[in-house]
Design a protein around this ligand. Structure first.
Ligand code: SF4
Length: 249
């Protein structure tokens, strides 16, 4: 029985209820992949730097950031079964991405919290919603993303995590700190968006509806597979593909 939900668990249920069943009813974690490990390397190195600054110290040196990114990447790749990219190449990309992030944000942003746990409730909700927010400054809640391509501002507006985090830390602007791993270069971009008024009510209603859907699936044991034309229902993007009757089983 689940005790709470998060933006990522609600997002997974939205993408594929079968995935959610494997992960949260059967407790099977999706095996890590290279993209996840690169994200972990950049996130961890940024987190350690910001925690250092919050303690009143100077930002970490580039060498320390690179070392932290390398160690986090290496640890995150221990259980990788299928390497979609050469390991050394992926490690180099992660270390360079962490350095780029550090030079643009890590040495200039003034953090007041990093990797902080939050939880919220609502009278209409069955479960509380929890989350760990990457970073908090005086005015903003930046979400650190490692991505393959430039993102439109609409992704910030539509981000479920953004809506939830804005409820957890009211009055602050949700933005993306993106690190883009392009084919020829690694670069960064900050994405901001004007939130449409009424968005917060929409988020409340959406989470309420999703909570009832999740509770109903748990009560009935019925979990729908991803839509037939879903981009993620394949061996590359679904870690449960080989155990699912709608995948390769
Ligand atoms: S194989 Fe498709 S239906 Fe099955 S868990 Fe994965 S995404 Fe869902």
């Amino acid at each position: 029985m689940i005790k709470h939900l998060s933006a990522s668990s609600i997002g997974m249920f939205q993408r594929c209820q079968k995935q959610w069943m494997f992960r949260y009813m059967e407790g099977i974690k999706s095996p890590p992949n290279v993209a996840m490990a690169k994200g972990t390397g950049v996130h961890k190195s940024a987190e350690l730097n910001y925690l250092n600054v919050i303690e009143g110290k100077d930002p970490l040196s580039v060498d320390e950031v690179q070392q932290n990114a390398s160690e986090a990447f290496t640890e995150a790749t221990e259980d990788i079964e299928v390497w979609e990219q050469n390991k050394g190449e992926a490690l180099d990309q992660t270390v360079t991405a962490a350095e780029k992030y550090h030079n643009v944000y890590g040495t200039t942003v003034k953090p007041i919290a990093a990797e902080q746990w939050h939880e919220i409730t609502h009278p209409d909700w069955i479960y509380k919603v929890v989350g760990i927010i990457d970073l908090e400054t005086e005015l903003e809640i930046p979400d650190i993303k490692v991505t393959g391509k430039k993102k439109p501002a609409s992704e910030v507006e539509k981000s479920l995590a953004g809506g939830i985090y804005r409820k957890m830390v009211p009055g602050k602007e949700f933005i993306f700190h993106n690190v883009i791993l392009g084919k020829n270069a690694i670069r960064t971009e900050t994405i901001k968006a004007d939130f449409i008024s009424g968005n917060d009510d929409k988020i409340d209603g959406y989470i309420t509806a999703m909570q009832f859907s999740i509770a109903q699936s748990m009560n009935t044991g019925v979990f729908a597979p991803a839509a037939a034309d879903s981009w993620g229902c394949n061996s590359r993007f679904c870690g449960y593909y080989n155990r699912c009757e709608h995948g390769g089983k």
